[in-house]
Design a protein around this ligand. Structure first.
Ligand code: SF4
Length: 179
């Protein structure tokens, strides 16, 4: 199988969410939150498509039962080697940084320039620069290996505390029937 930025994002939020998504149990299409995110990405910077390139790139598994990587990058600046990501969130999250680092890692594994990343938060009117140094790459590799192991398990990971689940698209799936 291939690990995506979405799965890595979920890994950092909730292992159970990542496992469910990886096993094709999907709820996102019913979520207004996801729709809003797409809408912001499409409407905030309408001139984007002219300036940047959409890239889909992969790293194939090293061994037969290993895990490959797929990155689908919406806004890549090939001249300067900069990955841009737009987030609708009103809060910065480690998972956003990890997502951009994942894109940079996959580009570099393909010998494509990835100097740094920029996360744009239109709601906050802020941007955040993302680097991928040796330490960051080492963390990323550990997360990828751990995520791969969890996804490969037949057992669905445990629930998070309910207080952390309020905005999750799997809320009804996980908590219906619970008190
Ligand atoms: S509802 Fe909670 S436990 Fe279930 S996938 Fe979402 S965050 Fe994880």
């Amino acid at each position: 199988m291939h690990l995506t930025a979405t799965l890595l994002n979920y890994y950092l939020i909730c292992h159970r969410k990542m496992w469910l998504h990886a096993h094709a149990i999907r709820m996102e299409h019913t979520s207004d939150v996801v729709y809003e995110g797409k809408l912001i990405g499409e409407t905030t910077y309408p001139q984007r498509a002219e300036r940047y390139t959409e890239v889909e790139i992969s790293v194939e598994p090293d061994v037969p039962d290993g895990i490959g990587l797929i990155a689908k990058i919406d806004f890549y600046d090939p001249y300067n080697g900069v990955v841009h990501e737009v987030k609708k969130s009103a809060a910065k999250e480690q998972a956003h940084v990890a997502q951009v680092q994942f894109y940079m890692y996959v580009l570099r594994r393909n010998d494509i320039k990835a100097e740094y990343g920029i996360i744009e938060y239109p709601k906050l009117r802020q941007t955040e620069r993302v680097e991928l140094d040796e330490e960051g790459e080492s963390d990323l590799k550990k997360w990828i290996a751990d995520a791969s192991q969890i996804i490969g398990s037949e057992r669905c990971p445990s629930l998070l505390p309910k207080s952390k689940c309020k905005s999750c698209s799997y809320f009804d799936f996980c908590w219906s029937g619970e008190v």
